[in-house]
Design a protein. Structure first.
Length: 151
């Protein structure tokens, strides 16, 4: 895999990869951001914030500490967007049979994730449709992600 160890791991990381039911992956990517960059800090910021979470939910009686979760760290982001999309898709495909949780990064990461898992449907909740054919000359931009998924 193309992973590098995160300095901060999800606090519920309680299982090795083989025996885990859930796999957590960070994708610290913001290379097509058109406004303010910084989405690459999302995975580590989310992990850090999760140290404050209560693990037991009184309403459902579920203790999140009992979920078999393994944090594989962050995907190494380098090279072109095309290379990163290929790397994301290949990495997600390696988690076949596991429930995968992805921490991003900008939402251009959604395209290779969807292509790797091939769901029956995709629901996008966003302020924009992200259906442009290209944005600033880039067909792999965050502004085109739903168009690429639709195709």
């Amino acid at each position: 895999m193309f992973l590098h160890a995160s300095k901060i791991f999800f606090p519920l990381d309680n299982s090795d990869f083989r025996s885990s039911e859930y796999v957590l992956l960070g994708i610290p990517l913001d290379s097509t951001s058109s406004f303010l960059p910084g989405q690459r800090f999302g995975p580590s910021s989310i992990r850090r914030a999760c140290f404050e979470l209560e693990t037991f939910d009184m309403e459902t009686g579920i203790d999140l500490k009992k979920i078999k979760l393994h944090d594989v760290g962050d995907l190494h982001i380098a090279g072109s967007m095309k290379e990163n999309i290929k790397r994301i898709k290949e990495t997600i495909a390696e988690f076949s049979g596991k429930k995968t949780i992805v921490l991003g990064g900008e939402h251009s990461i959604t395209y290779p994730i969807v292509k790797a898992i091939n769901p029956e449907a995709v629901i996008s909740l966003d302020a924009h449709f992200d259906l442009r054919n290209s944005y600033l000359g880039d067909k792999l931009s965050h502004a085109c992600v739903m168009r690429r998924i639709y195709e």
